[in-house]
Design a protein around this ligand. Sequence first.
Ligand SMILES: Cc1ncc(C[n+]2csc(CCOP(=O)(O)OP(=O)(O)O)c2C)c(N)n1
Ligand SMILES: [Mg+2]
Length: 594
Amino acid sequence: MRRWAWASAPAPEIATPATVSPTVALHNAGMTAPLAGHLLVECLLAQGITHAFGVPGESYLAVLDGFHLHRERIRFVTCRQEGGAAYMAEAQGRLTGRPGVCFVTRGPGATNASIGVHTAFQDSTPMVLFVGDVASDTRDREAFQELDYTHFFGPSTKGMAKRVERIDDPERIPEYIARAFATAMNGRPGPVVLVLPEDMLTQPVHHAKPLPRVEPVQAWSDPEALRELRELLLQSQRPLVIAGGGGWTPQAAQALQRFAENWQLPVGNAFRYQDTFDNRHPLYAGDVGIAINPKLAQRVKDADLILAIGPRLGEMTTSGYTLLQVPRPVQKLVHIHASAEELNRVYQADLAICATMNAAARSLEVLTAPAQVPWTRWTQQAHTDYLDNQKPQALPGSIDMHAVVQCLQKHLPEDAVLTNGAGNFATWVHRFYQHPGLVHGHKVQLAPTSGAMGYGVPAGIAANLLTGRLAFTIAGDGDFLMTGQELATAVQHGGKTIIVLLNNGMYGTIRMHQEREYPAHVSGSSLSNPDFAALARAYGFAGVRITQTAEFEPALLDALNRAEGTLIEILLDPEVITTRTTLASIRQAALDKR
Ligand SMILES: Cc1ncc(C[n+]2csc(CCOP(=O)(O)OP(=O)(O)O)c2C)c(N)n1
Ligand SMILES: [Mg+2]
């Protein structure tokens, strides 16, 4: 049975016999084996999934029927664009440590969702994308919306998905789902794509039952490597920890903190994993990411031993591979990562340890430290440098963004989830907001290391729907309009988020690069914008625009007190392009160089 998109009429709440396949009708009457689509939803329930995000398609009606059947136990969150749905599932994976779940239809749905899959890949987030596919009797004719998912999502170390598989036999649904969940969580976590031919989903299943919940495998470092690590620490004068990457739990973060305390180690958080180590802890050295504190950048270079615990040491964490030289850094490098494939891939480490974060941190916390270490001053200075970097530079305009972030720090609850997409706007919270960290029990930062614009709005909505905690999103005028339609999703599903949108009338990040490389040649980076506050109100959010710093606190308090979400648009002087400098000075510096 095939339903074409252009033939679909508005759906009745209860399907009439005329629109229902014979198998479905018999199953509904309790006279036949369960449908494959129903079993699939039961397998998700067995994995502990309570929410799935998606955009419906006629290719997977039998699964949607499974969601209907089990609607008391699992919610299908209908989104407005697959990019938004995939981002929400990515946020679910990041928040829970178990795969986020997204459902989309064939070619157009899958290609729209690809941004979320790529984000999950780069950010090491467990996720499963289910794609409703063409019926098997039409495959390979370039049937309606047909796509080769293996090639598109291309599993490889440079691909988007860790694994792409198609389920052809409904009796094997439990096997494929269990494997997808295990693959998504084990080693370096990441996304898995499961393709579901339409005709497979409508078959009856006679024997298969859901398999039990899959738990991620813990990989422990071998004791000899830990002894070696201890030796390296004892020989060091200036060690520095860089913590981050996927797979952290509150327990692992607590063990990391005890390890750092035992050895008095300064700890930096890798790019956009700023909640790995408590930012208020006296051992915190700052974030090793985009717009890194120059003093911290120097400290990474000056260190004689880098303990990279969890991060992949990507381009953003290494300031374009300059803080650590590729392939062999000047500093001694101990690299601890959950995936053997990741170790010695980009950086040749002096000591590579394959271990999951929980196991690694628990091994580290019991490493016996000496009574005294020679780097106490180095560690103290690292934190002093971090605190000094909290002091703002003077910038023009009627909005003081440092004061805005201070206000957020004052009023947002400690367990609030902060989300953002990509753009210079994010650097305000990255530099000035102090994340309490996983150590206090909650993941509190959702931000794409892939630099994917549009992530913040859907991630905030997912965070609120899944946890009930306050979700705060910072967005840019460019960033917001990539996924702003998901405000409709928030309103429909009772989600509340607070969005601060920095409107500078441009793709500011690109303009900044333009001024540096091609001064005064503004090309393709200007934006003419809608009335964002009115747009938010049209969706059912509250919307307000502010132009003065003093207006922010009352607007935030009002937003916190409301039942519905709020968008606070801040008209930001385009000159205020980074937390440190203006557009004019970047342009002038570029012109002076000519
Ligand atoms: C999906 C996607 N498209 C394009 C880019 C390239 N890009 C990075 S930042 C940026 C501009 C962001 O503009 P805005 O959200 O207004 O933030 P601003 O830099 O002005 O603060 C662009 C186009 C990207 N990172 N992601
Ligand atoms: Mg902008």
